[in-house]
Design a protein around this ligand. Sequence first.
Ligand SMILES: Nc1ncnc2c1ncn2[C@@H]1O[C@H](COP(=O)(O)OP(=O)(O)OP(=O)(O)O)[C@@H](O)[C@H]1O
Length: 275
Amino acid sequence: MSLLRVQGLSVAAGNRPLVHGVSFDLAPGERLGLVGESGSGKSLTAMASVGLLAPGLRAEGSVLLDGQQVIGQPDRALVPLRGAVAAVVFQDPTAALDPLMRLGDQLAAPIRRRARREGRDLSAAALRDEQTAWLDRVAIPDPARILQAWPHQVSGGQRQRVAIAMALACGPRLLIADEPTTALDVSTQAEVLSLLDQLVRDEGLALLFISHDLPVVSRIADRVLVMRQGVVVEEGPATRVFTAPIHDYTQSLVAAARRLQAALDGATPTPQVAP
Ligand SMILES: Nc1ncnc2c1ncn2[C@@H]1O[C@H](COP(=O)(O)OP(=O)(O)OP(=O)(O)O)[C@@H](O)[C@H]1O
């Protein structure tokens, strides 16, 4: 059975359609990338999948998350699914972090929630061990200091690592990562991406990975959906979509990515000047 089955999903703001007729299936352990330019409807598709649309937006169609209908359900019906079935990592880690709470207390919340769900007693010492273990798993050195720190006292990359630890500590089966590295500097981006890749593999999670960057998506995802102006224009295995794109729009994304890579490699051909 699919862990996430989206059928004919549309999202609108009043009369303005923002996402139209999106369908896909995500099996347990599978990795799906959503790619497309800014404003193409990737985030709305992902947020509608967990019932986290902003007020004023209306979703239609069907979204089955672990077999439970999400569309049209009141928030209280969806709370048990969040964290336990699906967790989200956002582009901006401050969205997941409370600026007025120490990082250790923030990380304690999902650890406690999971223990309650699993009927485990959690002593203060066991909680501390789990907090430290999660910081180790996201490769944060000096966990004792970080647990005591406020969000503004650590780097952007460390904040994102803590946000990833909090998402995974809930014990989800699906991780939704919405541009998780876009706000980070280039070398931190690569580290956080390979960390996510490793953690998703270790935990056996399904992944819905959202990015405007097709090469990044094709590295981390098995299958890709390409979105443009709220609709899916191409779908296929990540390597095929990247090496042999069919739709004009996907071809332009691939060409742009190759031009950027060539420029970064210093391999851009020098324009020929007529004699
Ligand atoms: N709350 C809202 N009210 C009205 N329009 C919205 C709202 N949220 C998003 N939109 C619009 O919906 C469209 C799709 O937005 P969405 O955030 O899904 O795009 P995206 O592909 O994820 O792009 P980005 O990478 O820039 O976030 C955009 O035109 C956006 O302006």
